[in-house]
Design a protein around this ligand. Structure first.
Ligand code: NAD
Length: 262
């Protein structure tokens, strides 16, 4: 971790003093849980180019091909557990210093860490949806595969191929998530942008709106991003699993100090 103590203290004071803090998370927050981001070397995405697999056109053209990737990703997600960054964000909510998490991730790890208010901007791979409106669970489909049922999975009502309930490139963000996220990023005190390259639109507009409406943007990332030196007032460079617990520990210290009798 290359964050200096002074900067961490400054950010902790802002977070402790904020009533409307929001986290905006991306694939980087789950890298330490073993789920590669789009850049990780040797990961899933080296074999399955997102441009070929993660688009709605590709799914419509050849759902079985795209399902090869989702089957593998499903196995990865089943093995993954929340890491220290997910837990620190859940703790921040418990402390009353995080209103919500807007996540671009589809892995459910914030919820598994105990976060209660999670806006799924790009959906959740644990659910599967059909064009007829039926929703099934990925766990149920896995049980059917184990029993030797067909691949790719088909809807029990109409027989169409099911799609993971995730936003593929070329698909719109679910309206409710989009509306809620937009509301949350208007005039926040602090927006913590954790493990996101902040380049995938329209999610990438959220920190911009937060900044333009007076929020302080703090990014936590292992490397520079488009937010660095532009919208981010603070850039804390280091693995989210180290930086986030260090930050939340300081926030907790400040809150305890404020509560203790003088
Ligand atoms: P991205 O792959 O574009 O960027 C990830 C960012 O995380 C990078 O800036 C990287 O430097 C940073 N990072 C990597 N390891 C980190 C760590 N240990 N600590 C802190 N930062 C770290 O991801 P994105 O911005 O989320 O956008 C890509 C899209 O891919 C999103 O829409 C997301 O839905 C999807 N995606 C999701 C998952 C998941 O659900 N876990 C995984 C891969 C991709």
């Amino acid at each position: 971790m290359t964050v200096d103590e002074r900067t961490l203290d400054q950010v902790a004071r802002l977070v402790a003093g904020g009533r409307r803090n929001v986290a905006f998370t991306g694939a980087g927050v789950s890298v330490e849980s073993g789920i590669p981001d789009f850049r990780s070397a040797g990961g899933l995405w080296e074999r399955f180019d997102p441009a070929d697999y993660a688009t709605i056109e590709a799914f419509r053209r050849d759902p079985a091909k795209v399902w090869q990737m989702y089957r593998e990703m499903g196995e990865l997600l089943d093995r993954a557990e929340p890491n220290a960054a997910h837990r620190a964000l859940a703790r921040l909510e418990d402390l009353g210093r995080l209103e919500a998490i807007i996540t671009q991730n589809i892995d459910n790890l914030h919820q598994e860490a105990g976060s209660r208010r999670v806006i799924e901007f790009h959906g959740n791979a644990r659910r599967l949806v059909c064009s007829c409106g039926r929703v099934e669970s990925a766990a149920e489909v896995k049980r059917r595969w184990a029993a030797g049922e067909d691949f790719p999975p088909r809807c029990r009502s109409c027989g169409a191929v099911l799609k993971p309930d995730v936003v593929l490139f070329g698909e719109p963000v679910p309206q409710e998530a989009s509306r809620e996220a937009m509301r949350l990023v208007q005039h926040p005190d602090v927006l913590l942008a954790v493990g996101t390259s902040a380049v995938v639109a329209p999610a990438s507009y959220l920190p911009v709106v937060a900044s333009k409406t007076g929020g302080t943007i703090v990014e936590i990332n292992v490397e520079r991003t488009d937010l660095t030196g532009t919208y981010a007032a603070y850039s804390l460079f280091g693995p989210a699993g180290e930086v986030m617990p260090a930050l939340v520990e300081r926030v907790e210290g400040l809150l305890e100090r404020d509560r203790s009798p003088t």
